[in-house]
Design a protein around this ligand. Structure first.
Ligand code: FE2
Ligand code: FE2
Length: 381
């Protein structure tokens, strides 16, 4: 990030705007809001205990954790455990039964993942404030209508959309490859495990009670294929989200200056990987089926034309692969971990996922600026 001539005055104004929550609307205000997010770190560099780079990284991570918490909250209201740790919603018997086909412990795992994300953004914001830096607040962007199915908090406005997702499941083959790596100098690409999830927009939670039609509670319950397909979509989406966090923390850790901020990233990041490993395992239990309402197909990943080590459902630990240079022996690693453009890449992946369908221009402007600032961070900046 470079300081621009004459920006000192503006920085004060922009900081004030940011404090006001970027509440103003209109073209001029959007520009000002955008600058506010970017210039706040400059203003803080002198007064806070953080370098501007560290503040920018922590702020971007806090924003993503707020978004993650928002999406997990929606899953928890319908398919998790609703309690004092993760309040809100009253559960959907049909959705919960469909999710439990992947593992009977799914409600507990969904609850715990949700609680973890809440703790992540709460901690990051508290740390920013303790260091005299601006925390992240996305409240003004809670504008999306969520599920209207019984069990959801129907009137709660959301930051993220789980009703029209396009889920990239290439993480599946990326972690199984023994010869390829998404990072430079290899820049390999990977086929999705569930090609259909990239070819449309699919709900990962019931949109209304119509999505639960045909469900009959019992032992075993009757779960129609459409409802099971929604639960399967969620199962693969969980893995998509958490593998993203597994990569983002090590990617950004390479740009951190302070040992304590590095410790924060190295302590939170691996919890994302613990989530990913769990979801990677559970997604493998998704039943092969075709959703009769939209043709979305979940193939049997253990049979041709799938099958083999690239798709085998119990092969959930990373296969050793090439890293840095082919002259080195293959090694089991998180992938990708390239630091250049990591924040913007994470934002693009979530956008392509459909999570922000319906969000405002201002939302994208603020998130892009937070990502740009984090990517511009340099150690000892
Ligand atoms: Fe997190
Ligand atoms: Fe996460």
């Amino acid at each position: 990030m470079t300081n621009q001539p004459g920006s000192a005055n503006n920085a004060t104004n922009r900081r004030a705007l940011m404090k006001a929550g970027l509440a103003a609307t209109g073209t001029v205000a959007v520009g000002a809001a955008l600058s506010a997010a970017g210039l706040a770190p400059l203003a803080e560099a002198a007064s806070s205990g953080l370098t501007r780079g560290d503040a920018a990284i922590l702020r971007f991570l806090a924003a993503l954790e707020i978004l993650e918490a928002d999406l997990w909250q929606q899953y928890n209201e319908l398919g998790g455990v609703q309690d004092r740790e993760v309040p809100g919603g009253s559960g959907s018997a049909g959705y919960t039964a469909a999710i439990q086909v992947l593992d009977t412990d799914m409600p507990q795992y969904i609850h715990d993942n949700t609680e973890d994300e809440i703790s992540h953004f709460t901690f990051l914001n508290a740390y920013l404030m303790a260091k005299g830096a601006e925390p992240v607040d996305l409240k003004q962007f809670r504008t999306l209508k969520g599920s209207q199915a019984t069990g959801a908090q129907k009137d709660t406005m959301r930051l993220t959309n789980l009703l029209q997702l396009t889920v990239d499941t290439s993480y599946w083959t990326r972690y199984r490859s023994r010869t390829q790596n998404p990072d430079p100098p290899f820049n390999d690409t990977f086929p999705p495990a569930i090609p259909g999830l990239l070819k449309g927009q699919f709900p990962a939670i019931p949109r209304t009670d119509d999505d639960l039609k045909g469900f009959v509670p019992g032992n075993p319950p009757t779960i129609p294929d459409h409802l099971q397909a929604i639960a399967n979509t969620a199962g693969f989406h969980f893995g998509f989200i958490e593998q993203g966090g597994s990569s983002l923390y090590p990617a950004l850790a390479q740009r951190v200056s302070s040992p304590e901020v590095l410790r924060i990233l190295l302590s939170i990041g691996p919890t994302e990987t613990m989530h990913f490993q769990t979801w990677h395992d559970k997604a493998g239990n998704a039943l092969p089926l075709t959703d009769p309402t939209n043709g979305l197909m979940f193939p049997n990943l253990n049979a041709p034309p799938f099958g083999g080590e690239d798709f085998q459902t119990n092969l959930i630990m990373p296969e050793p692969t090439v890293f840095l240079n082919r002259k080195f022996p293959k090694v089991s690693i998180i992938r990708p971990t390239e630091t250049r453009g990591a924040a913007m890449g994470a934002l693009k992946a979530l956008t392509d996922d459909g999570l922000f369908i319906g969000q405002s221009k201002e939302f994208f402007a603020v998130l892009s600026e937070l990502a740009r600032a984090a990517d511009a961070a340099e150690p000892r900046d």
